[in-house]
Design a protein around this ligand. Structure first.
Ligand code: RIB
Ligand code: CA
Length: 308
């Protein structure tokens, strides 16, 4: 079994990513840590707990940081719904997270599985950054870290140049990107190019007819409206799921090694992931940037995860 630990600001696309990881036959998700982002921490934690229960798993969920390191929290209920899960009336409350702070759990689990664990981040990088500040050596104990975040090429989704996870806590992202941890960055460009679903394509998934198949589509209700109205897409896109799919099967993606800088200014200078395509900085090409993905393989993996 391959060991994963997933850090997430659980809203509608994160939930699908959790389903894919939890349902995959040779993946053992040792823990899920939650972080504030799409929705406040308490809601994201409830959403993660609900998703784990729906999958019939007992994977522990630990709440982490409730706000970015320096900045006030910016959430995205306008994108994912007030409850983060499409406001379709799911009972997303009353579940109890495991004892322990997400940052401490990241450290404990990585140390207990040094060089034999894959870290996947699906939200702002606050928890991971704080863990790395506390114990910089963690960077050398993670086999690989797959980050849904940043922009590999093209436009942003929260400002013209920035992607939400990096923009919410750019200081955290800078700490993580400069930590020396082996990182693959799956930017939002990969999502809108290879993981967007129009009505026919989402119906094709929902018609599998299982509770999970209906869940992964129905919770995208708000995201679907937002994507069409604001992102210029044909329907909802799934950035976190395609990131998990690539972490599970890297053959889905193509990658190039580049130096990536994160900006921590304000205004349009906030949260940019400057990919040094031409090597102009002369700095170490420390990040593996996903440059394309195999949509067919992604959808096959997604469908397989909801057939149970
Ligand atoms: O920019 C997309 C990312 O921000 C996704 O992880 C989404 O869930 C939000 O966290
Ligand atoms: Ca997310």
């Amino acid at each position: 079994m391959r060991k994963f630990i997933i850090d997430t600001d659980t809203a509608s696309d994160d939930a699908v990513a959790l389903v894919m990881a939890l349902q995959y036959p040779d993946i053992d998700v040792l823990a899920i840590t939650t972080v504030a982002g799409n929705v406040p921490l308490k809601q994201g934690t409830q959403n993660a707990l609900y998703t784990v229960e729906l999958c019939g798993k007992d994977t522990p969920v630990y709440a982490g940081c409730a706000k970015p390191i320096l900045r006030n929290l910016s959430t995205a209920e306008n994108v994912h719904g007030n409850d983060g899960m499409g406001d379709i009336g799911l009972p997303l409350n009353g579940r109890i997270p495991a004892d322990g702070h997400g940052v401490d759990i990241l450290r404990e689990v990585i140390n207990a599985n040094a060089n034999d664990i894959t870290l996947i981040t699906l939200g702002p990088l606050t928890n991971v950054a704080v863990a790395l500040l506390r114990e910089p050596e963690l960077a050398q104990k993670v086999s690989h870290c797959y980050i849904m975040g940043g922009i590999g090429s093209g436009h942003g989704n929260i400002t013209p140049g920035a992607e939400f996870n990096v923009w919410v806590d750019p200081e955290a992202a800078k700490i993580v990107f400069e930590s020396g941890m082996p990182i693959t960055m799956v930017g939002w460009d990969i999502s809108w190019k290879y993981a967007t679903f129009n009505k026919a394509e989402s119906d094709d998934i929902r018609q599998i007819g299982t509770p999970l198949a209906e869940f992964v589509v129905d919770i995208q209700a708000t995201l679907d409206e937002y994507a069409k109205a604001e992102s210029g897409l044909a329907g909802f896109d799934l950035p976190d799921p395609i990131t998990v799919a690539i972490a599970i099967d890297p053959s889905i993606g193509e990658f190039k090694q580049y130096h990536v800088d994160v900006t921590t200014g304000d205004g349009l200078a906030r949260g940019l992931t400057m990919v040094d395509i031409l090597g102009a900085t002369g700095k170490d090409a420390q990040i593996s940037v996903c440059t394309s993905a195999d949509r067919k393989k992604f959808i096959e993996q997604l469908k397989a995860s909801v057939r149970a």
